[in-house]
Structure formats: C-alpha cells, structure tokens
Design a protein around this ligand. Structure first.
Ligand code: FAD
Length: 304
C-alpha cells in the first residue's frame, strides 16, 4: 500500500502498517502537519504540553523507528498525481518517480484559506500573515487584528495578547465558531476587542500594512481600522486537488468517506484526517481515523 501525508493521520497509519507488516510506502512532503506552527499543543494525548516542532520530530522518529522490511519512507516528496489503470493505481511524485499499488491511504490534510480582499495578496508577508507563531513576535507592542472566529483565530489572538498592544478580532458573522470556553477566556483580556458582522473589503498600506477597511454588515457602512499587523485565520482548504479527477469530493473539496471504515468511493482508496469530510478536525481525531482506515485496509487485504 501507499500512504500519502506525514501529519498525525499518515504518521499513525504508517506505524500501524509496519506493526502489521503490510508492505507499505510512506510518502510525505513534510513531517508533522498543520500544527507544526503551534507554539504549544495541550491536547495531544500523552503529552500535557508539546510544541508543534517537537510533535513533528516525534512523528518522524516514531515512523523511522518502524522502517524495515515492510515500511519504506520517502520524505520531502510531494505526490502530484494518482491515476487508475485496471485494479492498479499509479502514484507519481513531483520528482518524477512513479509507484504502482492496489491500495492507497490519503492523509494529505489541509492548508490555509486565503483572505479575499483588495490588496491582501500584495501585502502578504508585509504585515498580513497566516502564521502567528512564525511572525507574531515581530508585532510586539503594536496594534494588530485577527481575522476569523474559530479555534485557530482565538488561539492566535491568545498568543498575540501576550505581547501586542491590542488585538482586534474581526468576525464575519454574529457568532464565533470557537469553543465557548476558549472564547470566554480570550475575550476576558482587557487588550482585546471583537468586531462582529464585518466583511473585510481592503487591506490598506503602501509598502506595509497600516490598516484595513471593512463593511459593517449591520448598517452597511464602510469603516476603517488602523493596525500594523493582520493575522488571518479563516479556515482551511483540503489538499486534495491532486485527486480531484479520481475521487468524489464534496463541494468544498474534501474527500467523501464512509465514516465507519474510511473508504472513499473508489475501491482501493481510503482517506483519513483533515482532507476528508468528517465534521471535526483535530490531531487526535486525524490519528484515530487513520488507524481505523488501516484496520479496514488490513481486513480488506487479508479477506481477499
Ligand atoms: C494553527 C493550528 C493549530 C492547531 N492546533 C491544534 C491543537 O492544539 N490540537 C489539535 O488537536 N489540533 C490542532 N489543529 C488541527 C490539527 O493540526 C489538524 O486537525 C491535524 O493536523 C490534521 O492532521 P492530518 O494528518 O489530517 O493533516 P495535516 O496535519 O494537514 O498533514 C498533512 C500532511 O500531508 C503532507 N502533504 C500534503 N499534500 C501532500 C502531497 N500531495 N504529497 C505528499 N505529502 C503531502 C503535508 O506535508 C503534511 O505533512 C491545529 C491546526 C492549526 C492550523
């Protein structure tokens, strides 16, 4: 079998595959997955607190410890295409290597959704950023904005509140998607302000961000907010473009799976983690889903 993706889902699956001695090739572009940018993760089972970098390192160490007769690893490799011919799939990487298999587990996760507003692309990395852990400290003692209302936005705001002068959270609707406990905790901080029902129209600034213009949806008026940094946390886009012609996806590009078994609609292909249409996306869920997939794959192979 071939496992694609080295986040919690793909890493967990590859360890199980090796333990079950399934002949497996594991391909990933990077180790650790999305939360590698997190300063600390507090809910990874078995670790009261662990940095994203250490989590990635642990995945790598754990997978590599299982390399042997049955498991082979190709890291720093991106899968570009998967095509089907009869009962075989051809998995091609960007370096041009091609592998043949009858069984695939896709665990390619997701990436950041980009802000659709005037000048957002031009001012990216010039005050507008998608990674608070990477860029946040550059904005110490400054006024900043966080765009979004989910857990990632609140986590980002909490990080920034530690050293920024003020944080304005801008949410497009009237309600926050983040867990209530997190919302209440973060909004208690006197340095934070929340603007709800706001549609961001434009990022302002010449060489560097100096603010943003938003439409207040409640009264239709355009308003301006002066900030030195903008942190965007408005959701994820599944990394599934490379299989869009092979596997049925839902309307936002997630792989449709049977949640009992992780099977996709294409016999021979399973999927797990954030690239699938499950409702909840977390490290432990991704790892658990991938283990379920692996159990189902094992059964499928051994009952053929
Ligand atoms: C900022 C942030 C903080 C978070 N904090 C937490 C937290 O505290 N606790 C928690 O439980 N969850 C957290 N999450 C959610 C959690 O990170 C995800 O649910 C989890 O990473 C999903 O795992 P995954 O294995 O499905 O995908 P991902 O983690 O996205 O991993 C996908 C992997 O596939 C690789 N890949 C992608 N495309 C290809 C390709 N074509 N070829 C080869 N390899 C490919 C990538 O390099 C990556 O290694 C956070 C997410 C973010 C963005």
């Amino acid at each position: 079998m071939i496992i694609v993706g080295g986040g919690p889902a793909g890493s967990a699956a590859s360890i199980y595959a090796a333990r079950k001695r399934l002949k497996t090739l594991f391909i990933t572009s990077e180790w650790g997955g999305q939360s590698v940018v997190s300063e600390q993760i507090y809910n990874w089972i078995g670790s009261p607190s662990i940095s994203g970098n250490d989590l990635a390192l642990n995945f790598k160490k754990h997978v590599l410890a299982n390399v042997g007769d049955s498991l082979e690893v190709k890291d720093s490799q991106r899968v570009n295409t998967i095509t089907k011919n009869g009962e075989y799939f051809y998995v091609k990487t960007e370096s041009g290597e091609e592998f043949l298999t009858k069984t695939i587990l896709i665990a390619t996760g997701s990436g950041r959704r980009k802000l659709n507003a005037k000048n957002a692309d031009q001012l990216e990395h010039k005050g507008l950023t998608y990674c608070a852990s990477c860029d946040g400290p550059l904005y110490a003692d400054m006024d900043v904005a966080v765009v979004g209302g989910g857990n990632a936005a609140f986590e980002t705001a909490a990080q920034l509140l530690a050293y920024c002068k003020s944080v304005t959270l801008i949410n497009h609707s009237d309600t926050f998607r983040a867990d209530e406990i997190t919302v209440n905790k973060v909004l208690k901080n006197p340095k934070i302000k929340a603007i709800k029902n706001a549609e961001i129209l434009e990022i302002t600034g010449d060489k560097f961000v100096d603010g943003l213009i938003y439409k207040d949806i409640t009264d239709g008026k355009e308003k301006e907010l002066k900030v030195s940094g903008i942190f965007v946390e408005i959701g994820q886009i599944p990394n599934t473009a490379f299989v869009k012609d092979l596997i049925p996806l839902d309307k936002i590009g997630r792989i449709e799976i049977d949640a009992w078994s992780q099977k996709t609609r294409v016999p021979g292909i399973w999927a797990a983690g954030d690239c699938t249409n499950v409702l909840y996306h977390q490290n432990n869920i991704a790892a658990g889903d991938a283990v379920r997939a692996l159990e189902d794959i094992y059964l499928a192979i051994h009952t053929k």
